[in-house]
Write a protein that binds this ligand. Structure first.
Ligand SMILES: Cc1cc2nc3c(=O)[nH]c(=O)nc-3n(C[C@H](O)[C@H](O)[C@H](O)COP(=O)(O)O)c2cc1C
Length: 213
């Protein structure tokens, strides 16, 4: 069972008072232990066939933040003040971990060996046969779900975040020693202790966005 460590367990506050925070207390560091805990909670997010294609690079040292700086356009304040910049990549060869995932489900008594064998026999070839576009869509959907969950988990731990799409997507994998043909950059999240409340933002009315049939 997981060790629950939420400082804030008020779902209404976590969800409805989340705002994109772009400036943080630069003195606040997040321990590796707490960051790992947050990532572990965030990765309870669902993913297509449970393939968990998300990969994270946690940028927290001044040297690595300096390396990130030229790649994040106008988002420098988040980089300069955050406890960390979390790079989220989608692994387009995620199916290589499929066996490990399904084996551990069997080992933990959560799936029978028969179901594992049936599922893997169907899923692995299905994933391998995806076009680049199909795989791109799958990993971006899954990684977006984990990103959202991480933003909420961060608030439960007393931190705030900013989702960042303004970065040099064609350079970021290589800059951090990842194979750019394998790891698709999806989003960056800055995370830290907010020093302000962020901007108020508006939403369109639901009547404009939803239809009932
Ligand atoms: C995929 C994505 C990319 C974004 N990219 C940036 C960015 O590059 N820089 C930034 O300051 N905010 C960025 N934002 C934050 C949005 O501007 C913000 O979520 C939106 O204005 C609503 O405000 P709120 O998050 O405070 O509710 C991004 C948000 C998303 C979901």
């Amino acid at each position: 069972m997981m060790n629950f460590t939420f400082k804030n367990n008020d779902f209404e506050d976590i969800v409805l008072n989340r705002r994109s925070i772009r400036e943080y207390d630069p003195n606040v560091k997040i321990s590796k232990e707490e960051m790992s805990q947050m990532l572990s909670e965030a990765t309870r997010a669902p993913s297509s066939v449970n393939m968990q294609p998300w990969r994270f690079v946690i940028i927290e040292s001044p040297e690595e933040k300096q390396r990130l700086k030229p790649l994040i356009r106008f988002n420098t304040k988040q980089n300069d003040t955050s406890s960390a910049m979390i790079l989220i990549f989608g692994d387009i060869r995620c199916y290589e971990l499929g066996e490990e995932i399904y084996n551990s489900a069997v080992e933990q008594g959560k799936m029978s060996a028969e179901v594992r064998d049936q599922q893997l026999a169907a899923i692995i070839p299905y994933y391998k046969n995806f076009s680049a576009k199909e795989m791109n869509d799958v990993v971006k959907i899954d990684c977006s779900l984990v990103a959202m969950q991480l933003m909420l988990v961060a608030r439960a731990h007393g931190y705030d975040t900013n989702p960042i799409g303004g970065f040099e997507a064609d350079q970021i994998a290589e800059a951090f020693d990842l194979d750019p043909d394998r790891y698709l950059p999806v989003m960056i999240l800055s995370i830290g202790k907010a020093v302000d409340q962020g901007y108020q933002s508006v939403r369109l009315p639901i009547e404009k966005m939803a239809t009932w049939k």
